[in-house]
Design a binder for this molecule. Structure first.
Ligand code: ADP
Ligand code: ASP
Ligand code: MG
Length: 402
């Protein structure tokens, strides 16, 4: 069988961890499997490289930043291949260029378009373990690109789809997908299974255990995922289309602190105003999440919306530069806010989840600034300092504890 195994940064953080992973690969190889390994950069290497870049130039070009970041993954794959050889296992490391992983051209947040599998197949036919860099790709200018933070998961799923792998295993530093981030919610419970749809919502709402695009891609190509620990042999969590377990109302909670609320105050209350504002943001490639419009006095209205925190400076500049066109009275923003969400396919057929969420925020004396919902999710925007309190309160209120 052909298996894709992805190991995250903490799983390859040092020599001991690299050999721990190498031994796991050795076991699969000796079992007769064809093994494709995808690795992240060692430990916090990607953060270190970003800090280094910003120390040289606070505003580095995205192309050059990607050129730098891809070295992190390249280091891991070369060292892993050496570790495997040391154990007597034939291995070859490949970067995105050598594999030919084609992406869109946008640096820093590129999307995988196509992967050539020829070279990988050739190496597997020679009975080699193929160790591939996660997170990176190559665009039409023959430049390196990266897939966004946490993007190695997406590399692994894309490879599993391209190679029609029999299994795609995501090894990380937790035992699987929990009902909440176990770092912040002590009594979080590991889930045996979760649907693609629920996992996609959780991942998009801040549950960093999987890159959201990896889940999107797994659903599209029907790649069943297993999320498990690289440090023990616990079973992990299966991510798939349908699950057997009885549906809970809510299956998990997630929080995202990388949020800024922007308010445009005193706009004219006439047709076309919202269009002009959001069209401008869309053309600047800004992702807007929650939106709230309220009418005030004197036939004026205010529009508030949320963006990712790293886009704050760009958005404020755009709005200031277009003050004349938009004709507002003033601007305001707050980056000390966070989103807390409850997710569950069970809420499709059960009214009252939103009310219960608001009640539980009220009982914890947490003020709600904005609200948004989908069929399987309720999200509230709150003060960032209340994040952990809100996560725990929602987790308890929906009975998710062990
Ligand atoms: P890797 O380097 O292996 O990709 P990440 O740090 O990207 O690891 O993802 C694993 C981390 O995700 C865990 O350490 C955990 O704190 C965090 N996490 C957030 N939400 C969840 C969740 N619902 N279940 C499990 N882990 C979660
Ligand atoms: N090394 C990259 C990051 O830290 C990609 C990944 O780990 O998935 O974001
Ligand atoms: Mg990750």
């Amino acid at each position: 069988m052909l298996v894709v195994k992805k190991f995250g940064g903490t799983s390859v953080a040092n020599k001991e961890r690299i050999f721990n992973v190498a031994h796991r690969i050795e076991a699969a190889y000796k079992n007769g499997d064809d093994v494709v390994v995808v690795l992240s950069a060692m430990g916090k290497m990607t953060d270190v490289l970003i800090d280094q870049a910003k120390d040289i130039n606070p505003n580095p070009s995205k192309r050059e930043l990607d050129m730098l970041l891809v070295t992190g993954e390249q280091t891991s794959v070369a060292l892993m291949s050496m570790a495997l050889s040391f154990l007597g296992i034939p291995a070859v490391s490949l970067n995105a260029f050598q594999v030919a992983m084609h992406t869109t051209s946008n640096y820093g947040n590129a999307r995988l378009k196509r992967i050539d599998s020829e070279r990988i197949r050739h190496e597997l036919d020679q009975r080699k373990v193929v160790v591939i860099t996660g997170f990176q790709g190559v665009n039409k200018y023959d430049d390196f690109t990266t897939l966004g933070r946490g993007g190695s998961d997406t590399t692994a799923v894309a490879l599993a789809a391209a190679l029609h792998a029999d299994a795609c295993e995501i090894y990380t530093d937790v035992d699987g997908v929990y009902t909440a981030d176990p770092r912040f919610v002590q009594n979080a419970r590991k889930m045996k299974e979760i649907t693609y749809d629920e996992m996609l919502e959780l991942a998009s709402l801040g549950a960093g255990v999987l890159h959201n695009r990896s889940v999107e891609m797994a659903k599209k190509y029907n790649v069943q995922l297993v999320v498990r620990s690289s440090l023990n042999n616990e079973e992990g969590t299966v991510v798939k289309e349908r699950v057997k377990v009885e549906r809970m109302l809510v299956s998990g909670v997630a929080a995202d602190k990388n949020v800024t609320r922007v308010s445009v105050i005193g706009l004219h209350n006439t047709p076309g105003v919202a269009f002009r504002l959001f069209d401008m943001l869309a053309k600047a490639n800004i992702n807007v999440d929650m939106i709230l419009q309220s009418t005030g006095r004197d036939d004026k209205k205010d529009i508030s919306f949320t963006i990712t925190e790293d886009a704050t400076a760009d958005v404020m500049k755009l709005l200031e530069d277009n003050a004349g066109r938009l004709d507002y009275e003033k601007l305001d923003y707050n980056d000390h806010v966070s989103k807390v969400s409850v997710v569950g396919a069970g809420m499709r057929s059960n009214p009252g989840v939103a009310a219960k969420m608001f009640e539980c925020m009220y009982n914890s004396n947490i003020n709600i600034n904005m609200i948004s919902t989908s069929e399987i999710r309720v999200t509230v925007l709150i003060d960032e300092k209340d994040t952990e309190k809100a996560l725990n309160a929602a987790h308890d209120a929906f009975g998710l504890e062990e």
